[in-house]
Ligand binder design. Structure first.
Ligand code: PLP
Length: 446
């Protein structure tokens, strides 16, 4: 596809845009600007190609510039650009909800649409609180998250999230929140391949929380099946099953935040399938539209939906006082349906699964390089943890990020961890190229 014509940006031209999660002052002196994308590659404003080792931001699972998605959006925009989201529907939204319900395991068969992962998280937490209220268990108000969890940037997600730096400027957050310990303990699980064999017992902390808060106090627990944004933390063997059992024993809703793991990242459509654990709700976004339009979703089990329907006053009554102007936006639905067609027709989730052993060998081949203290992986995800420079945490990994971009490779860093999650269309030679470049950069690292 022809890149749009892009006049070079002057320093002044960069100023007005307050960029998210970005060191704006540094960036505006050293801009990194992308102007086009196709397949596994971005194109920079100087015309250089950048190999994408992170699917944009964990979202472009079918690779870039998919014509079928672009055409579906264009066709939809011409036919029906916008339809009111409240008290009104359009065919694509019903079609997409039904399709997701069919793809999801068990009775996760009702879908609420949002516009992002953060909104999906807020929606799921609100559903959890209201659900218990409707069932007459109004004492259940405590929301549980986990240290090193990332659930977006809105108040509920920040509250159950476990990244202190993201929270400290914004309190007070949601009051009744508690966090489970994280599961990443390099003393026990460094250089694990797939699920670490140590740490399953850490789920038991949820039992202790039930004792601490009282038997009918906890409404829900939200966890990422594999924590992505804090550096690819793979759950220990048995951990998620154990959480499910404790939730069952104590009437707690289990929410999997699958904003990253949904749509094939682990080699199955959803992580809950991969781990054989059925949560009560699943939050989705990112790969839902292949990143081509902003969209999120929350899938809930049948009993949750029915509780809302049964509890409401007889007609007319809105059962859940929640929603967004752009919930189920026609363009996003068109993008999502086209993306799901591609995933299905090209068997991309299975491709990710088939490539996993090769990916695993490749990333672990970096294990002996300077500064590397841990490598872990699952599906087409990997975290490479580095020794921080004394007194300058995050600097070593960020320097590698900057130099990778110069050399034509897009990675992501979080703290002193390099996180990788290529599009699921990645081929072996591209994996090799990623590792070659990373090996060179690690050898030269400050
Ligand atoms: C697990 C998880 N939840 C929620 C979010 C927030 O999604 P968004 O940035 O679309 O709001 C993210 C984003 O990376 C995520 O990884």
């Amino acid at each position: 596809m022809t890149p749009l014509s892009n006049p070079p940006l002057s320093k002044n031209g960069l100023e007005a845009y307050w960029m998210p999660f970005t060191d704006n002052r540094h960036f505006k002196g050293h801009p990194r600007v992308l102007v086009a994308a196709e397949g596994m590659y971005y194109t920079r404003d100087d015309g250089e190609r950048i190999l994408d080792a992170v699917a944009g931001l964990w979202c472009v699972n079918a690779g870039h510039g998919r014509t079928a998605i672009a055409e579906a959006i264009a066709t939809q925009a011409k036919a029906l650009d916008y339809s009111p989201a409240f008290q009104m529907g359009h065919p694509r939204a019903f079609e997409l909800a039904a399709r997701l319900a069919k793809m999801l395991p068990g009775d996760l068969d009702h879908v609420f649409f949002t516009n992002s992962g953060s909104e999906s998280v807020e929606t799921a937490l609100k559903i959890a609180l209201a659900y218990h209220l409707h069932r007459g268990e109004e004492s259940r108000r405590v929301l549980v998250g986990r240290e090193r969890g990332y659930h977006g940037v809105n108040f509920g997600g920040l509250s159950v999230g476990g990244i202190p730096a993201n929270k400290e400027d914004f309190g007070p957050l949601v009051a009744q929140v508690d966090l489970l310990p994280h599961t990443h303990h390099p003393d026990h699980n460094a250089f694990s391949r797939g699920e670490p064999d140590w740490g399953g017992h850490l789920a038991g902390a949820l039992e202790e929380m039930v004792e601490k808060h009282g038997n009918q106090a906890i409404a829900a627990i939200m966890v990422e099946p594999v924590a992505g944004s804090t550096g690819v933390l793979v759950p220990p063997q048995g951990y998620l099953k154990h959480l499910r059992e404790i939730c069952d024993d104590h009437g707690i809703l289990l929410i999997f935040d699958e904003v990253i793991t949904g749509f094939g990242r682990l080699g199955s459509a959803f992580a809950c399938e991969k781990f054989g654990v059925l949560p009560d709700m699943v939050t989705l976004a990112k790969g839902l539209t292949n990143g081509a339009a902003p969209m999120g979703a929350v899938a809930v089990r049948k009993g949750i939906y029915e509780t809302f329907m049964d509890a409401a006053d007889p007609d007319p009554a809105i059962e859940f006082a929640h929603g967004y102007t752009y919930s189920g936006h026609p363009l996003a639905c068109a993008a999502a349906l086209a993306a799901q067609d591609i995933y299905r027709d090209e068997g991309l989730f299975a491709c990710a699964g088939e490539l996993t052993p090769y990916w695993e060998e490749a990333v672990h081949s970096l294990g002996n390089l300077p500064h590397v203290t841990d490598i872990r992986n699952m599906g087409l995800m990997a975290g490479i943890e580095l020794d921080p420079i004394p007194e300058r945490p995050t600097a070593r990994a960020f320097d590698i990020y900057l130099r990778a971009f110069e050399k034509g490779l897009l990675i992501r860093t979080t703290g002193d961890i390099i996180a990788l999650s290529p599009p699921l269309i990645v081929e072996r030679h591209e994996v090799d190229r990623m590792m070659e470049l990373l090996a060179t950069l690690l050898k030269q690292a400050v």
